[in-house]
Design a protein around this ligand. Sequence first.
Ligand code: 13P
Length: 268
Amino acid sequence: MRKLLIAGNWKMNGGAEFTSDLLSAIKNQKPTISEEVDVLVCPTFVSLSMAIDQLHESDILVGAQNVHEAEKGAYTGEISASMLVEAGCSYVLVGHSERRAYYHEDDALVHKKIQTALAHELSPVVCVGELLAERKEGRHFEVVKTQTLAAFEGLSDEQVVQIVVAYEPVWAIGTGETASPEQAQEMHAFIRSILAEQFGDVAQAIRLLYGGSMKPANAQELLSRADVDGGLIGGASLDAESFVSIIEIAESLSTKTIEPNPSSTSEV
Ligand code: 13P
């Protein structure tokens, strides 16, 4: 069984006051969070400690949006994995397309960040996804395969099961345009097939999230697909009502039975 994961990436939105208000609003909605669903919020660095305090007695987990690959040292402005763990984070986003595009994070750096996070028992949520032009050129499978293989290169089975993959087609992020449930399932099945080639059955335990304009209106259709194990949600996670609606949709779908998926064998 794969537990669904509903994760909010708040990006560079809101400081402590905003975070506190949004968390209060989420808690006021009293979302049911069962054993079957993980819920994660990823606020900005400066709000992490406060979020962790505020969520102390709740079932909502807290993660960071980025981590530096080095243990410590002269890296002005950066945050290390041990700092995130000390603050109370359990997850960290790695290789988000905004970081790849604006901060020149390449596959090699993303891989180093994953290794550092794993060494500190922080679960990386590694983001992969193609640009619109790459999809139009029919290169989306190839792009996602390269990103996925680089992220997982040389890792052990024990490490691999700690990782969550978020498929975020760049053309669907913040655009209001969503991958269709068929497009999401097709890519997720493909990612799982790549992981299965490398790691065998362990691939069945890896959670694959979809990200890109997920909202209450499309969450049910996306999350009910066999290989879509949750969502990484930007805009809709900044609104307590929308985020809680998506959590409740996930709860209603509960755990997924893992069955061999014939479409997981597609090749580039
Ligand atoms: P949106 O949900 O705003 O499209 O953002 C998706 C995303 O980038 C999550 O990491």
